[in-house]
Design a protein around this ligand. Structure first.
Ligand SMILES: *Cc1c(COP(=O)(O)O)cnc(C)c1O
Length: 366
């Protein structure tokens, strides 16, 4: 069986260093808001290339805090609109609606599967305050045109970098392109913890300060509360593990990229459509999506041949019960992706032989 992703094998690769890091924290007697978290925040800010990194409980919270902080700082207010790709994982949209902001769903490009830069301007109104740009599947969704639109209409650019740690756009890391970025360290992400974890990166010192307070009950000084915040902290054990894994991230991404390059070159079955990739540095292959109009049949076939796959994502946000008001919206590209997308196994522990098998079996699908 070729697993979609084996966290066990990934952990085994760095087991000694991880065990040392965890034991160091256990033995230290200090479990929250200590040196490990501070070190990770510094290391990750350096890696991404921003002035600030603020750790928090998970990736959804990271995005929630960005919008909440903009509201607290008077940059946005309830009812303001945020443009977001309609085919994102629901967390991006939850972060907008949780803050009383209005999510404006815009279709992706049917080839890159990322937000379509040509459909953004017609979705802008006088209440539009931001674009929530998602680097979906690990591919950079930023384009120069998106940057120009943000400037022209004075929009904040909020990156959802949950799937794209280490992704480069013209030498700049995603997470350092926009005004602020949310990152997830969910175990299955390219930089994954052993539980939940998240962070915000930004060059905006006021925003970073507000988020640090919001994620700590709204407090900047012990027992003094500036905001009605929440408890949303990254803990010392997760930070220690992330410090280890961050050191190996680039080598892991290089392996993911080489697996993807082989898929891209050797999957030649005309029934399969591949994602368009313009710049190989601008993709870190958190996922390797393919499209097939007989997707469910293909998934069964692969399963019968010992290959595990996952659909990202089977029901688009606008068709979910939690967003009933949107259920009648027509978003044909998003809906087609939901019907045709299938993610192939990809990870830094996949063997050459496994990659070859996946390619061979897919090419035999008739
Ligand atoms: C995983 C993910 C999130 C949420 O991160 P969590 O840490 O699971 O809360 C947000 N956006 C995208 C695109 C994701 O893939």
């Amino acid at each position: 069986m070729i697993e979609f992703l084996s966290l066990k094998k990934i952990t085994a690769k760095y087991a000694d260093e991880i065990h040392d890091a965890v034991l160091r924290v256990v033995d230290s007697g200090w479990y929250l808001q200590g040196e490990e978290t501070k070190n990770f925040e510094n290391n990750y800010a350096n890696y991404i290339g921003t002035k600030h990194c603020v750790g928090c409980a998970n990736g959804l919270d990271a995005l929630i805090w960005i919008f909440r902080a903009y509201i607290e700082l008077g940059v946005m207010k309830a009812g303001d609109e945020v443009i977001v790709p309609a085919n994102t994982y629901i967390a991006t949209i939850l972060a907008i609606t949780e803050n009383g902001l209005k999510a404006v769903l815009v279709e992706p490009n049917s080839e890159t599967l990322e937000l379509d830069e040509n459909l953004i301007e017609s979705a802008i109104t006088s209440r539009t305050k931001a674009i929530a740009l998602v680097h979906l599947y690990g591919q950079c969704a930023y384009t120069d045109k998106i940057g120009e639109i943000c400037k022209k209409y004075n929009l904040k650019l909020v990156e959802d970098n949950a799937q794209a740690h280490g992704c480069l756009y013209n030498g700049i890391k995603t997470g350092a392109i926009g005004d602020a970025a949310g990152h997830s360290f969910y175990p299955g992400k390219n930089l994954g913890a052993f539980g939940d974890g998240g962070a915000v990166t930004t060059n905006d010192s006021d925003l970073a300060e507000a988020i640090r307070a919001l994620a700590n009950y709204g407090s900047q000084k012990k027992y003094v509360f500036k905001y009605a915040g929440r408890n949303s902290r990254l803990d010392e054990i997760q930070a220690a593990i992330l410090n280890v894994k961050l050191q190996h991230l680039d080598e892991d991404l290089a392996i993911r990229r080489s697996v993807a390059q082989r898929y891209h070159k050797f999957i030649t079955n005309p029934l399969i459509k591949l994602q368009r990739i313009d710049d190989w540095n601008a993709h870190v292959f958190h996922l390797y999506p393919i499209l097939c109009n007989r997707r469910d049949e293909l998934q069964e076939y692969l399963k019968d041949n010992g290959i595990q796959t996952i659909i990202h994502y089977p029901i688009p946000p606008h068709k979910q019960e939690c967003y009933k008001d949107w259920n009648n919206m027509q978003l044909p590209i998003t809906e087609q992706i939901a019907q045709e997308e299938l993610s192939l196994p990809i990870s830094p522990v996949m063997t050459d032989e496994e990659v070859e098998t996946v390619i061979k079996i897919i090419n035999l699908f008739k």
